[in-house]
Ligand binder design. Structure first.
Ligand code: ADP
Length: 169
């Protein structure tokens, strides 16, 4: 005889399954690496409860920076932005979780660090738009696009975090 269990036991799991797991591309920019903020920045996402699926130190070639920021090509600051992003190594990260894209943007704070709220990465650690220490994808679509752009196949690792049942009911 198959054992039956009351449906309410399964309900939270069904609800969790319906919420969509997203992925986002987070990058410590060259100023963040030079200023020794890599650990601090990784720590914010780690402590929040998101799952790291990709991580590397990388010297970004000009063509990749231009592709990453192609939507900003017409902006007057575009050449300076490309120079900034390629000026030293960056730390590339892929993070996964329910609602991770919007949540990471909140943890990062406004583009202009002077307008970013205290408690956010930019609000706590930076003072200028042109040196705002970190990047985060602005939509789930761009999260996928940017991870595919910055990481090769095999560099993204699927794993099960032991913390999962302590982070979500
Ligand atoms: P965000 O990184 O917050 O998503 P944007 O997509 O608008 O912001 O811009 C991408 C990056 O370009 C910013 O993080 C910043 O490094 C740079 N940037 C944006 N606006 C300016 C500006 N007015 N002057 C210099 N750099 C800028």
């Amino acid at each position: 005889h198959a054992k039956t269990k009351p449906p309410h036991i399964f309900l939270p799991h069904l609800v969790a399954a319906l919420e969509e797991v997203e992925e986002t591309y987070i990058m410590v920019k060259p100023d963040g690496v030079q200023r020794g903020l890599v650990g601090e920045i990784i720590s914010r996402f780690e402590k929040k409860g998101f799952k790291l699926t990709g991580l590397k130190l990388f010297q970004c070639p000009k063509e990749l920076a231009e592709e990453h920021y192609k939507d900003l090509k017409a902006k007057p600051f575009f050449p300076v932005l490309i120079e900034y992003i390629t000026s030293g190594p960056v730390v590339c990260m892929a993070w996964e979780g329910v609602g991770v894209v919007a949540s990471a943007r909140k943890l990062i704070g406004s583009t202009n660090p002077l307008q970013a709220e205290p408690g956010t990465i930019r609000g706590d650690l930076a003072v200028q738009t042109g040196r705002n220490v970190v990047h985060g994808s602005d939509s789930p679509e761009n999260g996928k696009r940017e991870i595919a752009l910055w990481f090769k196949e095999g560099e993204i690792v699927q794993w099960t975090s032991a913390l999962v049942s302590w982070l979500r009911e």
